[in-house]
Design a protein around this ligand. Sequence first.
Ligand code: B1M
Length: 212
Amino acid sequence: MSNILADIATNLYNGQDKAVAALVQQALDQGMTAAEVLNGGLMAGMDAVGRDFKAGELFVPEVLIAARAMHAGMDVLRPLLVASDVPAVGKYLIGTVQGDLHDIGKNLVRMMLEGAGFETIDLGTDVKPEAFVAAVRQHRPHIVGMSALLTTTMPGMQATIEALQEAGLRDSVKIMVGGAPVTAAFAEKIGADGYAPDAASAVDVARSLLGA
Ligand code: B1M
């Protein structure tokens, strides 16, 4: 890993948001691509946070500060990830399911979709099934995307699909799910139309769901 990418990862781990933003800008100025900085710097730092969080060496406050630094870096990359001359390909409603506050992955998926020309509506985190239903009624999206990072919140995806069914809206949208604990088999089991393991493939899946 180049020094600057290692520096980004270390500063992210230590929650140094201003340093992360400055280093990300520096890496771009040196000619690195947004994808290189995202994967080699920001994601590498967040992976280390996840590993040490799991091992009980980091606690929620430290992880929150690291998440803030991740967002600071993503804010610098955002104009590059969303820069697009592609005409709107479809309307995409996205949110993290009920009970779940993780939004970094969802935000990345949203940015990549915007970069691919999707119009996005972001419902944020901890989105109840009824809120997805109300938003589908209001915005009439082509695709509804749900993110979950906890095994305990994954059932919220199924509850949302059932709520859309009960509201008579299920057939008006395609449904996509994703997030670290979510699998293709789970997506199929709950009756989702698509699953993507990461933000880049989320764009491919969204396009293919619309036949684009
Ligand atoms: Co949380 N947390 N957390 N946490 N946290 C995990 C997820 C965990 C794996 C950590 C661990 O134990 N190793 C673990 C979950 C275990 C499990 O259920 N399997 C966990 C836990 C247990 C918890 C708490 C319960 C801890 C506690 O309080 N005791 C608590 C729950 C709070 C809640 O949600 N109710 C909690 C809290 C938090 C913070 C608030 C401190 C913070 C979130 C801050 C924020 O998001 N604003 C946090 C963080 C940061 C993490 C880790 C460290 C990093 C997650 C992340 O942002 N990854 C995480 C450990 C890890 O993942 N290594 C962990 C980077 C991000 C880019 O990746 O989100 O996977 P990811 O998104 C990817 C793909 O999954 C995919 O594309 C993205 C980009 O490639 N993707 C989609 C995501 N959504 C998609 C949707 C799609 C398609 C693809 O279509 C619609």
